[in-house]
Design a protein around this ligand. Structure first.
Ligand SMILES: Nc1nc2c(ncn2[C@@H]2O[C@H](COP(=O)(O)OP(=O)(O)OP(=O)(O)O)[C@@H](O)[C@H]2O)c(=O)[nH]1
Ligand SMILES: [Mg+2]
Ligand SMILES: [Zn+2]
Length: 286
């Protein structure tokens, strides 16, 4: 069945480049039984959605997916490299939209000591603040079963840079799928997108998974400088102890976050991500 939209829909009072997102629940009128087509007459209110700022037009938003239970960020420490800044931006967005996030480090088969040490460090940092991490290799099968278990009975959004193995993962747990993946020569460094639009699949094990095209950056939307620290869980629990209730945790006196940074209970790299994101938020919007 293919369904199309007629007329103009305005949802959630946001200006979006796509009125209908993957994961939306809709009402349809069957248009033609023979041609198997329908018209979408109503879009149900969304439980949640992940919204992304268009890299080209800061005022344009794009809804990546709606009605999701969790998001799996696919990261790789090699071919291609995912930066911690990118991971942290993604986690902030997930917190802001109340979508639980898990970070999957794929291509473990390519990791040498350097990358394995990096993974151990990141695992500790993220586990300490409440995020699950999994080390996986689709090539060797390591960790694949563990990630598959996490999908049971849930609607899961897969995201991450192009070439990190999102489509390959769906194919590996669901071989009948045969999604298009990058050719066997693997990551070429050219940043070509193999998956070009988001698509949702029903998994045989009860659950749905949404494959998305890789993203180069993850623009934040609807987050003010003042509220940013609420979306860093390790900072959120400290902010009531800051001397000033409008503390941005930069150089204010009596800042509980800066104190925690000294003692090591807030990780330095996470704090750097916080500062970078804070810098990137255009205060004029608020
Ligand atoms: N060595 C190794 N290669 C992998 C692994 N997983 C995926 N690949 C390869 O990485 C390349 C990219 O995989 P895709 O599944 O197309 O990546 P994607 O995340 O769907 O990329 P986009 O659709 O562009 O966003 C392919 O050549 C895969 O064979 C892995 O665990 N180890
Ligand atoms: Mg893909
Ligand atoms: Zn502070």
């Amino acid at each position: 069945m293919s369904a199309r939209i007629k007329g103009i829909f305005k949802i959630d009072d946001i200006t979006s480049t796509n009125p209908l997102a993957v994961g939306d629940e809709v009402e349809i009128d069957v248009e033609s039984e023979t041609a198997n087509t329908a018209i979408i007459t109503e879009i149900h209110p969304r439980r949640n959605y992940i919204n992304r700022q268009s890299p080209a037009h800061k005022k344009h938003h794009h809804i990546v997916a709606a009605n999701i239970d969790q998001s799996l960020l696919f990261a790789t420490l090699k071919d291609p490299k995912t930066s911690q800044g990118f991971i942290d931006r993604f986690l902030v967005t997930s917190e802001a939209y109340h979508v639980p996030a898990i970070v999957v480090f794929n291509k473990a088969d390519l990791y040498k000591n350097k990358e394995l040490e990096k993974y151990a460090t990141l695992k500790e940092v993220y586990n300490d603040i409440g995020y699950k991490t999994v080390l996986m290799s689709i090539k060797t099968g390591e960790g694949v079963e563990e990630v598959r278990e996490l999908l049971k009975g849930k609607t899961t959004l897969l995201s991450g840079h192009s070439g990190v193995g999102k489509s390959s993962f769906i194919n590996s747990i669901f071989p009948e799928m045969r999604l298009k993946t990058q050719d066997v020569s693997g990551w070429s460094g050219k940043g070509l997108h193999t998956t070009t639009f988001a698509e949702m699949f029903d998994l045989p094990l009860d659950g749905k998974v949404i494959d998305t095209p890789g993203m180069r950056e993850f623009g934040l939307v609807d987050i003010s400088r003042q509220e940013l620290s609420h979306y860093f869980p390790e900072m959120a629990k400290l902010i009531t102890e800051c001397q000033f209730n409008n503390c941005l945790h930069i150089n204010e006196p009596g800042c509980a976050v800066k104190n925690a940074l000294e003692t090591g209970s807030v990780n330095v790299d996470r704090y750097i991500s916080y500062c970078n994101i804070l810098d990137s938020i255009d205060e004029k919007n608020y």
